[in-house]
Design a protein around this ligand. Structure first.
Ligand code: AMP
Ligand code: ZN
Length: 113
C-alpha cells in the first residue's frame, strides 16, 4: 500500500520519533505549525476517522493519553496544548492514515482557520 505513515511505521522512511510502542508511533511533524508539533499515529492503517469501529476505542484513547504524556514531557501540561484530528478534505486531511496532531508552545487561535 502506498501510504506514507505505513512506510514510516515500517522503517522505509525516516522520522524524528519521540515515542514508539507496539501499537503507536509519535514523531515530529516535518512542517511544524508550533514550537512542538508531533503526530501520534497507530501502526495499523486506518484511513480516516470514518473508518474507526467500536474495537478501536481503546486505540484512540491511547492516542490522546500519549499526546498528553508527550506534552507533559515537553513542559506543556500546565500552559496548554491542542490536539487535532483532521478528517477528509474540508478539514485539510492530506495523509489518509489517521494521526492526532499535538501542537504546543504558542498561543493557538480559536476558532481555527
Ligand atoms: P493532515 O493535513 O492532517 O493530513 O496532516 C498531515 C501532516 O503530515 C502534515 O502536518 C504534514 O506536515 C505531515 N507530514 C507529511 N509528511 C511527513 C513526513 N515525512 N514526516 C513527518 N510529517 C510529515
Ligand atoms: Zn497507512
Amino acid at each position: 500500500m502506498d501510504c506514507l505513515f505505513c512506510k514510516i511505521a515500517g522503517g522505509q522512511i525516516n522520522a524524528a520519533f519521540v515515542h514508539q510502542d507496539e501499537r503507536l508511533l509519535a514523531f515530529k511533524d516535518i512542517n511544524p505549525q508550533a514550537p512542538l508539533h508531533v503526530l501520534i499515529v497507530p501502526r495499523r492503517h486506518i484511513a480516516t476517522l470514518n473508518d474507526l469501529g467500536p474495537a478501536d476505542d481503546a486505540l484512540v484513547g491511547s492516542m490522546f493519553r500519549r499526546a498528553a504524556a508527550i506534552a507533559a514531557e515537553h513542559g506543556y501540561a500546565e500552559r496548554g496544548y491542542r490536539t487535532v484530528f483532521n478528517c477528509q478534505r474540508d478539514a485539510g486531511q492530506t495523509v489518509f492514515h489517521i494521526h492526532l496532531h499535538l501542537l504546543a508552545g504558542r498561543g493557538l487561535r480559536w476558532p481555527p482557520g
